[in-house]
Design a binder for this molecule. Structure first.
Ligand code: PMV
Length: 338
């Protein structure tokens, strides 16, 4: 059996605009999905998920790619999670050139599903890594990131950038612009996350932004402005000391850009009352900046605050179900055991 884990992420800057070729800077956080894979004698895949922020479930299905798991918990989230596992298995079989490989897979995740923290990317990255290693055919991190992206692309009907999967594979902060992905140096940013308990529909939200952008030139300008915010943020990060606790002035400057980024996302219609409420609670508590992270519509906000104030304020904010500090995960995917 091989066990691998991969981190979730927050977007420091640039979600949605990244879909149209603008740069984005996601950063990996110490909330992980852990996947174990054990090859089977037949071509079946059995998946046991003990904690995907929903009730545990176990399904077994045969190796044919067209088969749907026979599961009597018809929640869309379970179906979505199964879609990602399925796609990860297909990528692992292709990478190892073992089209009939079967697996017993278990998934444990500390990352809420569909909430903008890259849960699906972490499951896919850790899953492909564990499954290929279990077959004795490990792949390098660039290929892993690429295969994980292709798995997400397939499940999300083409509405996926490389940001989540590359960041989860590499860890730390990364820069993504189209197909160009590179790790970047980052200081030890004091992220605080607020979670409203909900999830947004990424496909619908991306389609909404696309429609606005096609209808109004000012919406297209807004998308480009998000790119400008990201480029400004990259300049700030380039001057910071990697791995060190950042100076207050840097946090203030980054925070200002995060606030701006949230405003632009809000103009594009992807925020929500719960997200705005948490963003304002964080700012009122003294956070240097706060914004939604990921597709929006519901899910998580990320704030910068080295003190406990924001986390405490969020935990007392109506509509915030969970608030936690999220350390930058400097390590991406890793082997936890074999
Ligand atoms: O909510 P998440 O973590 O899946 O992030 C979606 C980010 C988008 O830019 C809206 C889409 C993408 O694939 O980049």
């Amino acid at each position: 059996m091989t066990v691998c884990s991969a981190p979730g992420k927050v977007y420091l800057f640039g979600e949605h605009a990244v879909v149209y070729g603008e740069p984005a800077v996601p950063a990996a956080i110490e909330r992980r999905a852990t996947v174990s894979a054990e090859p089977r004698a037949d071509d079946h895949v059995r998946v046991e998920a003990t904690d995907l922020s929903l009730d545990g479930f176990t399904v077994e299905y045969t190796g044919g790619t067209g088969d749907r798991p026979d599961v009597d918990v018809p929640t869309p989230l379970v179906e979505a999670a199964m879609g990602y596992v399925d796609a990860a298995v297909r990528q692992a079989r292709a990478a190892a050139d073992r089209p009939d490989a079967g697996f017993d897979i278990t998934i444990e995740s500390e990352i809420p599903l569909g909430a903008g923290l890259g849960s699906s990317a972490a499951v896919v990255v850790a899953g492909i890594d564990a499954a290929t290693r279990a077959l004795g055919e490990p792949i390098d991190r660039r290929e892993l990131a690429d295969r994980a992206y292709r798995a997400e692309f397939e499940v999300q009907d083409g509405q996926a950038s490389r940001a989540d999967t590359f960041c989860s594979t590499m860890g730390g902060a990364v820069r993504v612009e189209g197909d160009d992905c590179e790790p970047i140096d980052a200081p030890n940013l004091p992220f605080v996350v607020g979670f409203d308990g909900g999830a947004g529909d990424t496909g619908e939200l991306v389609a909404g932004v696309r429609a606005l952008k096609e209808e109004y030139r000012f919406a297209a300008d807004t998308v480009r402005s998000i790119g400008d915010v990201v480029r400004e943020g990259e300049r700030l990060l380039a001057d910071a000391v990697p791995g060190a606790d950042p100076q207050r002035e840097l946090l203030e400057d980054l925070g200002e850009l995060m606030d701006f980024n949230h405003g632009l996302l809000s103009a594009l219609g992807v925020s929500a009352r719960s997200l705005d409420t948490m963003v304002w609670a964080a700012r009122d508590a003294g956070a240097h900046g706060a914004k939604l992270t990921g597709a929006g519509g519901g899910g998580c906000v990320v704030a910068l605050d080295p003190t406990d104030e924001t986390e405490t304020a969020l935990s007392f904010t109506q509509g915030c179900e969970d608030a936690f500090r999220a350390e930058l995960a400097t390590e991406g995917v890793r082997v936890e055991g074999a």
